[in-house]
Design a protein around this ligand. Structure first.
Ligand SMILES: Nc1nc2c(c(=O)[nH]1)N[C@H]1C(S)=C(S)[C@@H](COP(=O)(O)OP(=O)(O)OC[C@H]3O[C@@H](n4cnc5c(=O)[nH]c(N)nc54)[C@H](O)[C@@H]3O)O[C@H]1N2
Ligand SMILES: Nc1nc2c(c(=O)[nH]1)N[C@H]1C(S)=C(S)[C@@H](COP(=O)(O)OP(=O)(O)OC[C@H]3O[C@@H](n4cnc5c(=O)[nH]c(N)nc54)[C@H](O)[C@@H]3O)O[C@H]1N2
Ligand SMILES: [Mo]
Length: 785
């Protein structure tokens, strides 16, 4: 393990004054006005608006300010007074704007007018909404529907998502990739297979009723900070919290509640994790194997005195496949487990002993498990561990994937899915009198491959920043320009808007913080949180521009201009009153959404239910499945001299591809994102020194040369054999084929790379990182540097 003292680190707890300073630093005077405070005070409250940042629960008994540093940043980002107007676009060509950083692009402020790309002048020019819809409709009618892709990024409401998916199916395809395809798709596929439910089984109250929590690869302090409150409560109750993460993430170490005056004044912090294990990236299958091995051994001991550690009744009644799984675990030697995990047997047994002693256990995880070639095995191994002691389907227990975007889970619930078997197509057919397409649609990876091969002719993006979020940036951007039609619905300018198809539109929408006034009055929209609770959201702010339309109106506008009229599909009525869309949702999904209108403002949200929580297993065998893992490492590649496992990381100063600033406060990395993190011993072994400028090259063995240059070496506490660097800067290094085998989630947490040193040394700063990709020696990309 690395020498802690040589590495950068952050000594203060997460939360605390640092989080308030974090907000003030970015927004300066802009944030501390009465109107902004009024907006923030209504965030995540019943009859307020729901945060646009992450999907963490909005509890019924909320705090005075039910938002966190990052929720406030996300809101303030939308409330900015800056505007990206037609004048701005008149001054800059698209080619010029492609030279701007992601940060600078978003700093131009909120988009104000619908814009059309004009090839002759290489500029975006304003156009009327009607003109944009007509042109989009004409283009879509002119191509095979199966060659169009409708992407969504996880923010749009249930109402928008439902009509967007309906639009796709009425038009004739299931090509509905979602940001979820890059995120928790591994969860959806793995949990569905082994417990018959595609989402987590935990609800908010379980957090207060559990006896132990196990955290694998989820960074609470940065990515779901409001979760720190129930975690702090649990830690104070003496609940052991055991964490496995290659990085020592501050939020999982200690926390000062910024909403507690006493804690703020005294600087008192709560220790969060009782054990913290820096597992190798990709080493979780081995850790979980080791833990199960210890549980079996403890059960053997207990049996001698007539007791059991395993929940034998549960296993007998509710599960299948224990024997084969147990045989494999018992046959796996500790040496193998230690080598793959990078942890000692004692450490793993120490963690497992907490599991043995606890009656009620919750398993929590994030991208550290899902974004691997064998992410499926990671998730199913976690379920195996929980099943051994009946830790699914009892109060205070369960499996809890922490979802990302604020409505990413909900979008899947109401039909945004490329998998026809997950959507009640027969019901849709009846409800709207049409024959929906039944063939499998394109997920994100399939869409990327389709764009690369020229099979995809049109791309509509409902939010997001697709070309920055996906792997293989250079090849994707080059292929992008060969598409006939690209449409982006967005609040702020980003890279994806500057990589155009032949015909391109940029359509600005209301943000969720803004009043959505339609013919019937102000509208409510709804979302689903990570615990499957549905919340209404209603906003009061005056929109950023009078020319904005709501996402519902934009989707309906495009659909109406594309499709033949259908008396049952009432686009205009739906736009006039979103309650009419909620009626349709309730008709398609009666079990989950009955009495939707009456229940939409239930404090804490209304629960849409989860069969696995009731111990009803909708799997092939009708039981919860023990799943012997096929591999011991989740990386999907062999170790080799000079080959490293690259973790692509998020900082607390970004929301995905939106970069708020350059302070990764909780990791002690300030004023830069252009760093390559490595432990000090590994740095010396590689013959490198602090401040040395290096390139990373992908080592996928597929003949394509991918390189990111201009990274500065920074010593950091990490396990051996791995490196850390930021997402999305590293995405040019990821092959599109490097993804989870089952779900196709890009494997962003173990990318095989090599280091290419230079002679230069400097302090890390704001210089942009460059990237080049070569296919058979030919440079690809539209403006690779
Ligand atoms: N501020 C902020 N909040 C966000 C986001 C954001 O970008 N910024 N993004 C939102 C979205 S869309 C999502 S999906 C979530 C993402 O939230 P998380 O699921 O927390 O995702 P990451 O931060 O990418 O990575 C999680 C953790 O996995 C660890 N890790 C990496 N490799 C491994 C491994 O092999 N094993 C283990 N055990 N751990 C590993 C990393 O060190 C990191 O701490 O956050 C949401 N919230
Ligand atoms: N290497 C690597 N790659 C990754 C990941 C990783 O950990 N490592 N994480 C993956 C994950 S988990 C995810 S979820 C994806 C994220 O991928 P995306 O969801 O595609 O990306 P975002 O950065 O969240 O999208 C930000 C843009 O959304 C638009 N936007 C913001 N608010 C709204 C709104 O209310 N409405 C509309 N219409 N538009 C809006 C703005 O224009 C903004 O620029 O990236 C994935 N890519
Ligand atoms: Mo995500």
């Amino acid at each position: 393990m690395s020498d802690q003292d040589e590495t950068v680190h952050y000594d203060s707890p997460s939360g605390g004054w640092g989080s308030l300073r974090g907000i003030a630093r970015i927004f300066g005077e802009e944030w501390n006005t009465p109107a902004v405070m009024e907006t923030l005070a209504r965030q995540n409250k019943p009859k307020g608006f729901m945060c646009v940042s992450c999907s963490w629960a909005k509890p019924a008994d909320y705090h005075a300010f039910e938002f966190c540093e990052n929720g406030a940043k996300a809101t303030l980002w939308d409330l900015t007074t800056r505007r990206c107007t037609p004048d701005f676009f008149a001054e800059h060509t698209v080619t010029e704007l492609r030279g701007w950083s992601d940060y600078d692009l978003e700093q131009t402020g909120r988009l104000t007018h619908p814009m059309r790309y004009d090839r002759a002048t290489d500029r975006y020019v304003p156009c009327a909404w009607g003109e944009a819809f007509e042109a989009i409709g004409r283009e879509l009618r002119g191509i095979d529907p199966k060659s169009a892709v409708f992407y969504s990024s996880g923010r749009a409401s249930l109402e928008t998502s439902y009509i967007y998916a309906l639009f796709a199916r009425l038009y004739g395809h299931n090509n509905l990739p979602d940001s979820s395809n890059m995120c928790h798709e591994t969860t959806s596929v793995a949990l569905k297979k082994v417990i018959g439910a595609s989402v987590g089984t935990v609800v908010f109250q379980d957090l207060a009723n559990c006896d132990a929590m196990f955290f694998f690869g989820q960074n609470t302090g940065s990515n779901s900070p409001r979760f720190l409150h129930p975690l702090q409560d649990a830690a104070k109750r003496g609940v052991p919290i055991v964490t496995f993460n290659p990085v020592r993430e501050k939020g999982l170490e200690s926390f000062t509640n910024p909403q507690s005056p006493v804690e703020m004044l005294t600087g008192k912090e709560t220790k969060i994790s009782s054990q913290y294990h820096q597992v190798r990236p990709g080493g979780d299958i081995a850790v979980l194997m080791g833990m199960c091995k210890h549980v079996f051994a403890a059960d053997d001991e207990a049996k001698k005195t007539g007791r059991r550690v395993l929940d034998a009744d549960f296993i007998k009644q509710h599960t299948k496949g224990l024997e084969e799984f147990e045989a494999q675990v018992r046959a796996t030697p500790w040496e193998r487990i230690e080598a793959e995990s990078g942890l000692t047997r004692e450490a793993i047994e120490g963690a497992a002993q907490v599991y043995v002693e606890a009656d009620r256990v919750i398993g929590i995880y994030g991208m550290g498990l899902t974004q691997h070639v064998h992410g499926f095995e990671n998730v199913t191994m976690f379920v195996n561990l929980l099943l051994l002691k009946g830790n699914i389907g009892r109060d205070g227990t369960g499996i809890s994937p922490v979802r990302g975007h604020s409505n990413v889970q909900g979008q899947r619930t109401v039909g945004i899915s490329e998998k026809p078997e997950l959507v009640p197509l027969d019901r849709l057919a009846k409800q709207f009198g049409f024959e929906p397409p039944r063939d499998e649609g394109m997920n994100t990876v399939a869409a990327c491959k389709g764009i690369l091969s020229g099979k995809v002719h049109a791309f509509i993006g409902l939010g997001g920043n697709f070309v920055r979020a996906i792997p293989e940036r250079d090849r994707m951007e080059e292929a992008w320009t060969r598409m006939r039609l690209t449409v982006q619905v967005a609040t702020k300018l980003n890279r994806s808007h500057l990589v155009n198809g032949e015909v391109a539109y940029l359509l600005p929408c209301l943000s969720r913080t803004e009043r959505d006034e339609q013919a019937s009055g102000p509208q409510t929209v709804t979302m689903e949180d990570t615990f499957s609770c549905i919340h209404g959201s209603i906003a009061r702010r005056v929109p950023a521009s009078e020319h904005l339309l709501s996402e519902v109106a934009i989707v309906a506008g495009m659909a109406k201009a594309t499709l033949a009229p259908n008396p049952r599909v009432k686009w205009d009525e739906w736009v006039a009153d979103y309650a009419r869309i909620r009626e349709q949702i309730a008709e398609t999904y009666p079990d989950e959404f009955h009495d939707f209108e009456e229940r939409k403002f239930t404090p804490g949200g209304f629960y849409r239910g989860n069969s696995a929580r009731e111990r009803i297993w909708k799997t092939e065998a009708g039981k919860a499945m023990f799943t012997p893992p096929k591999v011991m490492s989740s990386t999907g590649f062999e170790d080799a001299p000079g080959r490293y496992r690259l973790i692509t990381m998020r900082s607390n100063d970004q929301f995905n591809t939106t970069i708020y600033g350059y302070s990764d406060r909780l990791r002690g990395i300030e004023g830069t994102r252009n760093v390559m993190l490595i432990n000090p011993e590994e740095m010396r072994r590689a013959g490198l020194h602090e401040g040395q400028v290096v390139s990373l090259v992908s080592d996928a063995g597929d003949g394509i040369e991918r390189e990111v240059h201009g990274l500065v070496v920074m010593p950091f506490s990490l396990p051996d054999g791995c490196l850390g660097a930021y997402y999305p800067e590293m995405n040019p290094l990821m092959p599109v084929t490097h993804h989870d085998e089952h779900s196709k989630t890009p494997a962003a947490k173990s990318v095989p790379v090599r280091i290419r040193p230079t002679d230069e040394t400097r302090k890390p700063g704001l210089e942009p990182v460059g990237h080049t990709t070569r296919v058979e020696g030919r440079p690809v990309g539209i403006d690779a540097t």
